[in-house]
Design a protein around this ligand. Structure first.
Ligand SMILES: *Cc1c(COP(=O)(O)O)cnc(C)c1O
Length: 400
């Protein structure tokens, strides 16, 4: 049967009817353990009672008013984000790409407002992912997303992660900002060393550049801190977030210092849906849970446990797994076999995992995961690895 959907996704033939916590259930009642969380979005799992309550309560009051009027839930969420971070200002969006669009526009406008409109170029890093709009595919710089879509949006210079010489050489009189994910997600769970981020901060200060962090995937507790950059002691001037902050409701935000936001005055930027009352109610509810005492400690403990257990699996199956990477509950397995084979083998064990660059498999379970679910996931990963290894041995024997 041909689907009416634009075939931009190679979808697994699975459809879920409902969810509860770490579990997704098909129409036939088959249960899958969700270690993907809709790509780090379902931070509190599925059908979290507090989120359901927040959304349905707001749904009975008012859904949308536009940003022509004050939205008290949004003012509250913005204040809470400001109180918890480096930021003084928040702009709400519907997605990560829009949060990054705002960040990029803000950086350009900042220099323009300072009388330097020629400073508009942004330095990004090889392997980056910042979204699918025309500007954010240019920022990400990946050929597979750029090809065939006409001239690449001007103003992005990409250097290799860790190539300090190239980085210095890329900074010119037109450079406005440096944009980086503290841990590359789509790129393959590549952790940027804290020392590197500190060096970027120093470089930005030296050259009057703005430092932009893309914490769309790493943010809102994913790595065991509210934001991943807190592990490094470095703060950005601008930060894009999304994914986890909405817990499954489309929500993103661009956070900035007062200084960095100086050019973003009335009517220079906007959004129809961004920050609507439904999204704001859910965002506040997510923060209620994530900011509660002990929650981030829980994420760190579960992350450590999962990483240790994955290291044991790697030692048991060295022919399949090369490396365990990541921080908190943003973990990756660099594979020796195609990552798609491993994901398929896990799916056969009713465990959902997600692929990423550098032939890695991502584990991004909901942050509410408990010890029993870590054990359950590890059991399924071991079973999948065992099957895959046996299949490969069989193939080799068949070929001999
Ligand atoms: C997912 C992601 C984006 C894009 O978010 P969308 O909501 O899909 O637009 C941007 N940056 C990073 C790091 C991401 O993981």
């Amino acid at each position: 049967m041909t689907s009416p959907l634009l075939p931009t996704f190679a979808r697994a033939d699975l459809q879920f009817d409902r969810g509860e916590g770490l579990w997704l259930v098909t129409r036939d009642g088959e249960r899958y353990l969700d270690f993907g969380a809709g790509v780090a979005v379902n931070s509190l799992g599925h059908a979290h009672p507090h989120l359901v309550e927040a959304l349905t309560t707001q749904a009975a009051k008012v859904w949308h008013t536009s940003n022509l009027y004050r939205i008290p839930e949004g003012e509250r969420l913005a204040q809470r984000l400001v109180d918890a971070t480096f930021a003084d200002r928040v702009f709400f969006t519907n997605s990560g790409a829009e949060a990054l669009e705002c960040a990029i526009k803000m950086a350009r406008k900042y220099h323009s407002a300072n009388g330097e409109p020629g400073r508009y170029r942004v330095i990004t890093f090889e392997g980056a992912f910042h979204g699918r709009t025309l500007a954010t595919i240019a920022a990400g710089g990946q050929a597979k997303y750029l090809e065939g879509f006409g001239p690449k949006v001007d103003g992005f210079d990409q250097v290799e992660l860790g190539d300090d010489e190239a980085l210095r050489a890329a900074i010119g009189p037109e450079t406005a900002a440096i944009l980086i994910e503290p841990i590359q997600g789509e790129g393959g769970v590549r952790v940027v060393e804290p020392a590197k981020l500190r060096a970027l901060r120093a470089l930005c200060d030296e050259h009057g550049l703005l430092l932009i962090f893309d914490e769309v995937q790493t943010g809102v507790g994913r790595t065991g801190k509210l934001f991943a950059h807190e592990w490094t002691g470095v703060t950005p001037d601008i930060m894009g977030i999304a994914k986890g902050i909405g817990g499954g409701f489309p929500l993103g935000a661009c956070l900035s210092t007062e200084a960095a936001g100086k050019g973003m005055t009335a009517s220079v930027h906007g959004t129809t849906f961004g920050g609507n009352p439904l999204a704001m109610a859910v965002g506040n509810a997510v923060l209620d849970v994530v900011l509660a005492p002990g929650f981030l400690e829980h994420v760190r403990a579960m992350g450590l446990l999962l990483k240790q257990r994955l290291a044991e699996i790697k030692d048991r199956f060295p022919s399949l797994i090369v490396e365990v990477r990541g921080e908190g509950l943003m973990l990756g397995l660099k594979m020796n076999v195609p990552n798609t084979d491993f994901i398929a083998a896990a799916q056969a064990q009713h465990l959902l995992l997600i692929g990423a660059g550098e032939n890695t498999v991502r584990l991004l379970p909901p942050l509410i995961i408990g010890e029993a679910e870590v054990a359950e996931g590890i059991e399924r990963i071991a079973a999948a690895a065992g099957r895959l290894e046996a299949d490969l041995r069989g193939e080799r024997r068949g070929a001999a």
